[in-house]
Design a protein around this ligand. Structure first.
Ligand code: DGL
Length: 292
């Protein structure tokens, strides 16, 4: 495997790779661009192989490996942000083993900050089935044992509905999930905090807000990921330099699925008009099968 940084002495000008199963990671990219406006990013939406949250670990691990290798070999990234809770839970340990030279930042549902800030100490957690069933998530939950009650809710279909900008399915999935969880609000015993444990879900904030009420705090994980990315780059002296004060470095957007879908999502959620590239990123399994 090509070690990240091979042949590169000056890494500051290289891009930071960011990937998700689709458009959800744009919620993390938004936080990264706010924290690190001088950095060039390359965003990969693996929409041709989504959703990850209802697939088995082997699929998610395979795709995460293939995308990381692609970003290192084709785009010489200096760091990687796994902007997907499901992929972080399934694959980050293996990615760090496979690409030891590459700083890798993952995302996890914001249970720790929720346990600190909640007053009622009853916290709702929305995430994919893949995330909730993972060992990594179980360990996180165990580490907070006794600090709060967590009401866990898998949201089948919600990431896919957001991915395809399907408002009817988004409302139906949000209503079903929040309806199954119990009482929201500031009174004793009610959930006063809702953790958005999938990077797609911040894009359903308005729908969720209308269902759970104004008093509930929503927590997502983009900002801590952005701060951690800054720390890892600063430690290595790899932070990018601003070309001009106040300017934002260019971001490359690519997808393994429908380019128009990602273009519209970037427009809608980041307010940017961009060109979207079509990336062909072959799975490791497929590549292995096609070898003589
Ligand atoms: N956005 C991903 C996450 O944070 C998952 C969406 C999917 O199921 O593909 O978990």
């Amino acid at each position: 495997m090509t070690p990240a940084g091979a042949g590169h002495v000056h890494r500051s000008a290289d891009a930071i790779g960011v990937f998700d199963s689709g458009v959800g990671g744009l919620s993390v990219l938004r936080a990264l661009q706010a924290e690190l406006p001088q950095e060039p990013f390359i965003y990969v939406a693996d929409s041709g192989h989504s959703p990850y949250g209802e697939r088995d670990d082997a699929h998610v691990i395979d795709r995460s490996n293939a995308i990381t290798r692609f970003l290192i070999e084709q785009h010489h990234i200096k760091a990687l942000v796994v902007a997907c809770n499901t992929a972080t839970a399934a694959a980050i340990k293996l990615l760090r083993q496979n690409f030891p030279e590459l700083p890798i930042v993952g995302i996890e549902p914001a249970l720790k900050p929720a346990a600190l800030s909640s007053k009622t100490k009853v916290i709702g957690v929305l995430a994919t089935r893949g995330t909730l069933n993972s060992e990594k998530f179980r360990a996180l939950l165990e580490s907070l044992h006794g600090q709060a009650t967590f009401v866990l809710q898998p949201c089948d279909g919600l990431a896919d509905a957001i991915e395809h900008a399907d408002a009817t399915k988004t409302i139906a999935a949000c209503a079903y999930s929040t309806g199954a969880m119990g009482r929201f609000g500031r009174e004793d015993g009610a959930m006063d905090t809702l953790v958005l444990g999938c990077t797609h879900y911040p894009f359903a904030t308005d729908t969720l807000r209308s269902l759970v009420g104004a008093d509930v705090a929503f927590l997502e994980g983009g900002a801590p990921v952005a701060r951690q990315t800054r720390r890892l780059l600063a430690e290595r002296g790899w932070l990018g330099q601003a070309a001009n004060a106040g300017s934002v470095a260019p971001t490359i957007f690519g997808t393994t699925g429908d380019a128009n879908n990602l273009r519209m999502a970037v427009q809608r959620w980041l307010g940017l008009s961009v060109d979207v590239q079509n990336f062909k990123i072959h799975s490791t399994f497929q590549a292995a099968r096609s070898m003589p």
